[in-house]
Design a protein around this ligand. Structure first.
Ligand SMILES: Cc1cc2nc3c(=O)[nH]c(=O)nc-3n(C[C@H](O)[C@H](O)[C@H](O)COP(=O)(O)O)c2cc1C
Length: 213
């Protein structure tokens, strides 16, 4: 074991800045990321916690143009359905939101969770099998932070039909779709979520999310 590092006050202040300045990015610059970037970020994502140390996350780097086009069509159709489901007071605002950077992002990464991986020997999943997906989400967040720390933006796209995503990517039927991630250099940086800037929703203070019993 290496000597444990000391995370001092300046580090904690920087970590806080990283949390404050992480954004869901939907507007990317066109230039590609250096070769090996996504593989390196995935390596860091694999340090995330997972139920029973099962590491049930599965990453699909989507490079094929036809598969990307299928994902784009999937998004367009689901987004049109979501727009149609808005009530009339929200529809105009919804229509103006940019909810994916699928056209511009140089890197597309689909994340799945394997519900019943051999790794981990089932520990922690008997009563809560969904902890496989939760584990994959911890990996996504780890990747998000690691990317932001080196100036790379990430956007999470969930306005998709999971079954069609699995079909388009030809993954095993038992994998559960977790999220479709777009990565690239962000067009701009902000400390406020895009949905807040657009007037869709605003963040509440932490007390609003705490219950005491
Ligand atoms: C599970 C999950 C799914 C999301 N899906 C989408 C999506 O389909 N499209 C989108 O524009 N943003 C999506 N987001 C991003 C959220 O809108 C964003 O995290 C939120 O508005 C807060 O903004 P911030 O991430 O910049 O702090 C998703 C985020 C999460 C965690």
């Amino acid at each position: 074991m290496n000597a444990p590092p000391e995370f001092d006050a300046p580090f904690r202040a920087r970590l806080r800045e990283l949390l404050v300045w992480r954004r869901d990015v939907r507007r990317f610059r066109a230039e590609p990321l250096p070769a090996g970037t996504i593989e390196r970020l995935i390596e860091l994502a694999c340090l995330a916690p997972s139920v029973g140390l099962s590491q049930p996350w599965r990453f699909v780097i989507v490079e094929d143009a036809a598969r990307r086009a299928a994902i784009r069509r999937n998004f367009e159709s689901c987004n049109a359905a979501a727009l149609a489901a808005q009530d009339e007071t929200r529809a105009g605002l919804y229509a103006r939101l940019k909810l994916a950077g699928l056209d511009e992002a140089p890197i597309h990464l689909a994340v799945f969770a394997e519900r019943d991986p051999a790794q981990g020997h089932g520990l922690g999943r008997l009563t809560m099998p969904e902890t496989a997906e939760y584990s994959a989400v911890t990996a996504v967040h780890t990747l998000w932070m690691a990317a932001r720390a080196e100036g790379i933006g990430m956007g999470w796209v969930s306005i998709l039909d999971p079954k069609l995503v699995a079909e388009a990517l030809g993954v095993p039927a038992k994998w559960r779709f977790v999220g479709y991630l777009c990565l690239g250099l962000p067009e701009n940086q902000d400390d406020t979520p895009a949905l807040e800037r657009a007037g869709w929703e605003c963040r509440r203070p932490a007390e609003a999310h705490i219950l005491r019993r």
